[in-house]
Design a protein around this ligand. Structure first.
Ligand SMILES: Cc1ncc(COP(=O)(O)O)c(C=O)c1O
Length: 374
């Protein structure tokens, strides 16, 4: 086996998708000329409008990041007691529940979709449950109609963590309008990015007014009165990046799709290495190239393959590992078995993609993986 790094610089799972340089300069020169850097400037306003249009909802409320979007939303919805959530998610989904004074109740996920479904959630409901927090993993819809049915039947609130799902659809409907509200992340690793950034989308006018109040510490009753406030507002620089990203979103998606398809071709026919599919007929952002490793068939485990790639500067990632239920303070208090989640945390591997990864990189990574298993 070749022991030196295959690439001079590390290849990451997600890197900032950079906008066009000239547009970037124009946009930032505008900020400097206006000398309006934050505090609900024109670009924040434009980003809120453009995102509402993109997601097909009445309101998009931008904030500093996706975690804060969830924290604010949970407070604005005035939830209490327990919230049902998957442990197969990014830690921020669950941590934000704790920040909002709520108790996360972990529910196992469906082995086929890696997400919650109505039957699993229904079995996890207790008298203390106030809400269901679904997560659209890899940009695919987390049973939004099934979960809406359970929420309605049981009198629960429904919200979604859509951090992975910008520009994606479920049964033809743009993710962003499901449940009472959804949150998005515009972190540097996301398909649409403000380097940091996030937003909450909703069709509920009263909730949107509360969120607009909550995101700013200014003591005005411009939107809604009588609730907690926070400094969660987006800077003009972040808003500029998001607006530029929206202009190029279709191209970013198209290029990611090409990388994803090249990976599939390059790794086709390997027993023990299967791709997580995107649903046929849906729009997807192809932000992720995720494979499931079956060690008994492949001859090496997911973690051995990861170490082998890392040594060669291919920084694939174990998303999600460990499951949030295996981290403190949740692990000590765990009372349910999450068999599917535990298994998924051992077998999934995310491969580098995004603008920084060229098609040649993808071909070389595929060749490396093939050489690791022969
Ligand atoms: C599923 C999920 N939820 C929430 C977040 C938090 O978003 P942010 O990094 O913008 O705070 C992430 C971040 O990657 C995520 O993957």
């Amino acid at each position: 086996m070749n022991e030196k790094p295959a690439f001079d610089a590390p290849l990451h799972v997600g890197q900032l998708n950079l906008p066009d340089q000239a547009e970037f300069r124009d946009m930032f020169e505008g900020i400097f000329a206006r000398q309006f850097y934050t505090n609900h400037g024109p670009l924040e306003h434009a980003a809120d409008q453009a995102l509402a249009e993109h997601f097909g909802v009445r309101h998009a409320i931008t904030v500093v990041n996706g975690t804060v979007a969830l924290m604010l939303l949970l407070r604005a919805m005035e939830l209490s007691g327990e919230v049902i959530v998957p442990a197969f998610t990014f830690p921020a989904t669950v941590q934000s529940l704790v920040w909002a004074g709520l108790k996360p109740v972990f529910c196992d996920v469906d082995g086929d979709t890696q997400m919650l479904n109505a039957a699993l959630v229904e079995a996890a409901i207790t008298p203390a449950t106030s809400a269901i927090l679904g997560v659209h993993i890899w940009g695919r819809g987390c049973d939004p109609h099934g979960l809406a049915g359970v929420a309605k039947k049981q009198g629960l609130q429904l919200l979604f963590d859509a951090a992975h799902a910008t520009a994606c659809t479920f049964e033809g409907q743009r993710i962003g309008g499901f449940g009472r509200a959804e949150i998005f992340s515009f972190h540097a690793t996301k398909i649409l990015s403000g380097a940091e950034g996030g937003c909450i989308t909703t069709n509920d006018d009263a909730l949107a007014a509360r969120l607009r109040t909550l995101r700013s510490f200014h003591a005005s009753d411009e939107h809604a009165s009588g609730i907690l406030r926070l400094n969660a507002k987006l800077s003009e620089a972040q808003a500029a990046m998001i607006l530029l990203g929206l202009r190029h979103l279709d191209r970013f998606i198209q290029e990611n799709r090409q990388r994803y398809e090249l990976y599939r071709q390059g790794l086709a026919g390997i027993d023990g290495l299967e791709f997580i599919d995107y649903a046929a007929g849906e729009q997807s952002n192809y932000q992720f190239a995720v494979v499931r490793i079956t060690a008994t068939k492949l001859g090496i485990s997911r973690d051995e393959l990861l170490d082998w790639l890392t040594a060669r500067n291919v920084l694939a990632r174990r998303y999600f590992h460990p499951g949030v239920h295996r981290t403190e303070p949740f692990a000590s208090a765990l009372s349910t078995e999450l068999k599917v989640t535990d298994e998924l945390c051992q077998v999934l591997l995310q491969l580098p993609t995004g603008q920084a990864i060229t098609q040649d990189h993808v071909r070389d990574i595929c060749a490396l993986i093939r050489s690791a298993i022969t």
